[in-house]
Design a binder for this molecule. Structure first.
Ligand SMILES: Cc1cc2nc3c(=O)[nH]c(=O)nc-3n(C[C@H](O)[C@H](O)[C@H](O)COP(=O)(O)OP(=O)(O)OC[C@H]3O[C@@H](n4cnc5c(N)ncnc54)[C@H](O)[C@@H]3O)c2cc1C
Length: 406
């Protein structure tokens, strides 16, 4: 296993539960990548990013310094092939297909997490409080309603709130919001990184070994996979799982597939827990940011920044949204105690890459979970573990497969 984020650790744990001997290699600490700083929502996800509404809003968003989307123009030449595919995925027929493909993992996402943490210290850290979206006006709620109704049609519990009932649900929110929509069956991870660490401890207890080392190369054929570490050491196994999140593209190529993977970067700011806080994560949909009442403070997450994995962070955009966050939650006081940049691993169709390499049966891919990598991690672990053992996975493997890129 290469990568010890939410996805890699879940794959390792699920393999170990099925009796497989696993070594996980990560250049950093367990859960220290993008899985460290996300918004903690575990949703039965089925929304691709690309769609006609995003394309229509794109020019306005790119010009507005407070919008949640930005591109570093210097990165544009490298991003262009990804962007062209992204535009192509915005056609309604593709959006429907991509939503169905994400749902292959999304449908069982919450149940898989419940099962994965059962009996561990993480059980109490996944709270059944839902994921709340709030809207300033009836008009913005009505614009979002078709997407919410699509979730309902899949059997997801989405409950609607008016101004008064919203106030009862979240009494400390400023009375700015006309409507709310609660994904009621979503879980909230009070500390996503800690949850991943606890799952890693559960894996260790089943014999999984964790090593801190950079993987500089990888090879596989139909029977074996080999990784080369930065110090030249080589390790061989019957199966190799690539779960390096946004950093998977180069190694995937070495393992036989050219995947159009890029990153949607996102930021967070941490604050001391306010005196009159929130009961659950709340997304101000019109402004594109989230306030999350983590166990260790209030977290504000925001932004899709298209700039690759190498450019330095630019915290100015999320900081520009801070006055809005203070308007939304008037008791949010003080300056940020921490700032963080994370890298969502994103394919143009928003569909995770979960499956066997088209050119080497011993290599499996588990990355590209974009905005929903925490949500989909445990279910991905189950699917990868079953695939590695040639057992039925219960999903339509073709729509998640790396082979869809030829
Ligand atoms: C601001 C923000 C908010 C988010 N909110 C949510 C949310 O509420 N719910 C949700 O479901 N998702 C959310 N996400 C998305 C989610 O965090 C990611 O999809 C998820 O963390 C990806 O997990 P991963 O295990 O694939 O990658 P990572 O957690 O990034 O793990 C990849 C690991 O691979 C290692 N690695 C990379 N290259 C090498 C190498 N060559 N050798 C060895 N190790 C290597 C890295 O060190 C890293 O530990 C959010 C993301 C952001 C940025």
């Amino acid at each position: 296993m290469i990568g010890a984020g939410a996805v890699g650790v879940s794959c390792a744990l699920q393999l170990a539960k099925r009796g497989v001997r696993v070594t996980v290699i990560d250049r950093g600490p367990v859960g220290g990548g993008t899985s460290h700083g996300n918004a903690g929502a575990i949703l039965r996800a089925a929304s691709p990013v690309a769609g006609p509404d995003v394309i229509a809003a794109l020019p306005r968003m790119l010009l507005d310094p407070k919008s949640p989307l930005s591109i570093r123009w210097r990165y544009l030449p490298r991003l262009t092939p990804w962007l062209m595919r992204f535009l192509n995925e915005s056609r309604p027929s593709r959006v429907r297909r991509n939503a169905d493909a994400i749902w292959q993992l999304g449908a069982g996402a919450v149940d898989a997490w419940r099962a994965q943490v059962r009996g561990t210290a993480a059980e109490d850290m996944l709270r059944p409080v839902g994921w709340l979206k709030v809207y300033e006006s009836e008009a913005s709620f009505e614009a979002a309603r078709p997407g919410l109704e699509r979730y309902r049609a899949r059997g997801t519990a989405v409950e609607y709130f008016d101004r008064d009932s919203l106030r009862q649900l979240e009494p400390n929110l400023a009375p700015l919001f006309a409507r709310g929509a609660l994904h009621a069956d979503a879980l909230f991870a009070l500390n996503p990184r800690r949850v991943v660490e606890i799952c890693a401890d559960a894996a260790r207890a089943l014999g999984v070994t964790f090593r801190q080392a950079e993987v500089s190369d990888a090879h596989a054929d139909d029977t074996h996979g080999t990784v080369t570490l930065a110090d030249g050491e080589r390790l061989t196994a019957d199966r190799l799982v690539l779960a390096c999140g946004a950093w998977s593209k180069g190694l995937a190529k070495r393992l036989g597939a050219s995947i159009p993977l890029d990153t949607e970067r996102g930021y967070h700011l941490m604050f001391e827990t306010p005196e009159r806080g929130l009961n659950r994560p709340v997304v101000w949909e019109d402004k594109g940011f989230v306030l999350c009442p983590m166990a260790h403070g209030l977290r504000m997450t925001s932004q899709v920044e298209l700039a690759g994995v190498e450019a330095p962070p630019d915290f100015r955009r999320i900081e520009r949204l801070l006055p809005l966050a203070r308007r939304m939650l008037p008791s949010l006081a003080g300056e940020p105690t921490d700032r963080w940049l994370g890298y969502r691993p994103s394919t143009p169709d928003s569909v995770p890459v979960v499956g066997v390499s088209p050119r080497a049966r011993a290599a499996l891919f588990a990355f590209g979970h974009q905005h929903y990598g925490l949500s989909l991690a445990a279910r991905t672990g189950e699917v990868i573990a079953d695939m590695a053992l040639d057992r039925p996975t219960g999903v339509d493997e073709s729509v998640l497969s790396p082979s869809r890129y030829g």
